[in-house]
Design a protein around this ligand. Structure first.
Ligand code: SAM
Ligand code: SF4
Length: 323
């Protein structure tokens, strides 16, 4: 259905857990986040009820995220049930890749053909530093496995000045040999870590750097590109995308809503407003659930102001919402 600014909302990002096997420095504070109690997290059947209700309003694509979605027990069975829901045309998953080598085949068998893998460094020690302890070789093994079995891969790299900006060209080079979409994302000060201003590199600066080494052809955007501005290095097998939530928001074409693992709906990642769906999950409350989701869509703000006024958003961890 259309929101009040005429945007067609067809995409739901569903976080199935707030737990994670990494603690990326831009996503969580050093001490990690306070996890919700198990009984606060929705059961899978409750999540399916929400998605089924959302399909009646035109949701066609679901992205399963977290925390780290692959750490939740039963995720494969859940994805099978999700894929069987009438109205769902596409299921995608966002993962940090740590458990991917073990899960890739099962994921592919459920019908998940598109993976977004978050990877911010190709250097084992920088990777360890960014993720506070992660093992890069496991992610690389997961990517290999997913590629072998023919899954479509997008790599998401959060570009941070002084942390991994020296690797921008190496990441871009990955798109020359592999049919991957390598996407550079502007760092967002969601947890407001100290000196966050120094971390930011704008999409324009990233692009300028890439232009110094590569001939980049702009590609036409289609709906599958989402918020990324796509390019191709001349002759490359894959593509490059620049995602600029800070310097140039893409709210005008935003087609998504979010639901957290505790059943809170959010019409905008950056909005402080949440709508509780948990109390509407009874068998006889389907109409109320659909009406509430409708209100969430209608109440979607025209745009966020993170780039111009970071304090308009209360600090939060992406792990608790799903990114
Ligand atoms: N754990 C999974 C992963 O990392 O792919 C899924 C959840 S994670 C919260 C989803 C995405 O949010 C990741 O691609 C991550 O890089 C991104 N993210 C988290 N915090 C961010 C920040 N401060 N700025 C930009 N992207 C961020
Ligand atoms: Fe975990 Fe993903 Fe957040 Fe990293 S970005 S801490 S992998 S939820």
């Amino acid at each position: 259905m259309k929101d009040s600014f005429g945007r067609n909302i067809s995409y739901l990002r569903l976080s199935i857990t707030d737990r994670c096997n990494l603690r990326c420095l831009y996503c969580m504070p050093t001490e990690g986040i306070e996890h919700r109690q198990h009984d606060e997290i929705l059961r899978y059947d409750e999540m399916l009820r929400i998605v089924a209700a959302a399909t009646t309003l035109g949701i066609r694509k679901v992205r399963v995220t977290g925390g780290e979605p692959l750490v939740r027990k039963g995720v494969i069975g859940f994805l099978q049930q999700l894929a069987a829901l009438e109205g769902i045309e596409e299921i995608a998953l966002t993962t940090n890749g740590i458990l991917l080598a073990d899960y890739a085949q099962a994921l592919c068998d459920t019908g998940v053909k598109r993976l977004n893998i978050s990877l911010d460094s190709l250097n084992p020690s920088t990777f360890k530093e960014i993720t506070r302890g992660g093992d890069l070789s496991r992610v690389l093994a997961g990517i290999d496995k997913a590629e072998q079995i023919g899954m479509k891969i997008k790599l998401n790299m959060v570009a941070m000045r002084g942390v991994n900006d020296h690797e921008l060209l190496d990441f871009a080079a990955l798109s020359t040999d592999h049919p991957w979409s390598v996407r550079f994302i502007e760092y967002m000060p969601t947890i407001r870590e100290q000196h966050w201003q120094q971390r930011i590199i704008s999409g324009a600066d990233i692009l300028a750097l890439l232009h110094t080494h590569y001939q980049l052809q702009p590609l036409t955007t289609d709906l599958l590109c989402g918020p990324a501005r796509p390019y191709r290095i001349t002759g490359a097998a894959g593509t490059i995308g620049i995602i600029t939530p800070m310097s140039e928001h893409f709210c005008g074409s935003c087609n998504r809503i979010r639901v957290t693992s505790t059943g809170q709906a959010k019409s905008c990642l950056m909005s402080n407003e949440v709508t509780d769906l948990r109390s509407l999950l009874g068998v006889r409350q389907r109409t109320a659930l659909i009406d509430t989701l409708k209100k969430v869509i209608c109440g979607k703000p025209e745009h966020h102001r993170l780039g111009t006024d970071p304090d308009s958003t209360t600090p939060f961890s992406m792990a608790s919402i799903g990114g």
